[in-house]
Write a protein that binds this ligand. Sequence first.
Ligand SMILES: NC(=O)c1ccc[n+]([C@@H]2O[C@H](COP(=O)([O-])OP(=O)(O)OC[C@H]3O[C@@H](n4cnc5c(N)ncnc54)[C@H](OP(=O)(O)O)[C@@H]3O)[C@@H](O)[C@H]2O)c1
Length: 428
Amino acid sequence: MRIAVLGLGTVGRQVVEVLDLERALFAARLGEEIEVSHILVRDPGKPRPESVRSRITYDPRDVLEDPSVEVIVELMGGFEPAHSYIAEAMRRGKSVVTANKEVIARSGPELSRGGTPRADLLFEAAVAGGIPIIRSLQESLAGNRLHGIYGIVNGTTNFILTRMHEDCVSFETALQEAKERGYAEADPSDDLDAVDAARKISILASLAFGGWVDVDAVGRIGIRNITAADVREAKSLGAVIKLVARAESTPEGLALGVSPTLIPKNHPLADVGGAQNAVYVRGEPIGQLLFEGPGAGGPATSSAVIGDLLDAARARRVGGRSVALPLEPAPLLPPEAHSHAYYLRLLVREEAGALAAVAQAFAHAGVSLRSVHQPPSGDAEAMISLVTRPTSRQQLERAREMLRGEHAVLREESCILAEMEAEAKTGA
Ligand SMILES: NC(=O)c1ccc[n+]([C@@H]2O[C@H](COP(=O)([O-])OP(=O)(O)OC[C@H]3O[C@@H](n4cnc5c(N)ncnc54)[C@H](OP(=O)(O)O)[C@@H]3O)[C@@H](O)[C@H]2O)c1
């Protein structure tokens, strides 16, 4: 079977290398050899290893218009032209394997609808790298009613938060270190602002809850405002701060969001450190499950890509399977109706009555407080950190509005979620 790989970067290089090296093994598993006949790249000026040179092309038509190429492995990244190449390949009856979460989150259903019946679209590597979560949700867990999915699905931010937590380094130092180690890109905005995690949870939620989730419906709070002071306060509360992507089933619809979240130290996600990824699933009858593993990097991602490739190849010979993406939109709970406990850190004037003024603002907004902490300060400014009881977003916003009008309050420095599983606690 002839296949083509689009992109020869971190993941593409590894995929081609493993396919070349393990040709005999995969032939035994599949009953047929897989030959990488074309490799599409962009830059003619880049040196390429001798082993791939004869297969390199810069013209996508060489791949898309060759009827002998049965499967396309898209590893270029970005929305266009990857999206157009995938659509064109599928219209021509080729199956597609991709690691591109941007394309799947924005256009997955449209792409799977547009292909011929033989054209499969597989994307295990698009979420959580080497962790086999897509196939697990689609197949192994299909007999469950799922209640919630909670993911640490962005290795860059998890690395940064882990460094801040373990060695009390600043956000800036941890980010710099992530760049030096190759965990963060030159422009890490998609990671830091939770865009990447939002794409991934929209894909997981679409598979788990049976309705398409538009990525723009996922509320996002990134990690740029998290400081060493927040990490210290989290520790004093017996918690760690992680960027958690959440999808919870409620009777009124799906509650979705990505936010830095205080996780109690005894929760299974609390120990997921460094650039690791993890997905925690709650459902019935399974109870709880934790998937953990490397979420990025050539080796981990190529494991998922090649698994999909063998699947797609097998389906073309013995009859198909495809990841069925739902076409109808999922009913969503509006963000203002989400109920959560929140952690806030405020900078206040060091004066008598500041704490009382803060407490009063929350009381007037109808928000109860679970804990309040004001460390001693010798300065004109002091810090107050507090955790609310579960409250609606509307009530929280009312309290924040009132705080902004308080003379004693200089500014709010952080506002993030203070609990992992809202629905579990409310019993829904
Ligand atoms: N890296 C990871 O750890 C990881 C993990 C999970 C998922 N992914 C996903 O995997 C995909 C690939 O990531 P990567 O890190 O391997 O990317 P990368 O290192 O930046 O490599 C991209 C490759 O695609 C080629 N390319 C880009 N635009 C092209 C175009 N218009 N026409 C032809 N070739 C083009 C580049 O060609 P040149 O060589 O000529 O520049 C390069 O070989 C992305 O969707 C990414 O989100 C990556």
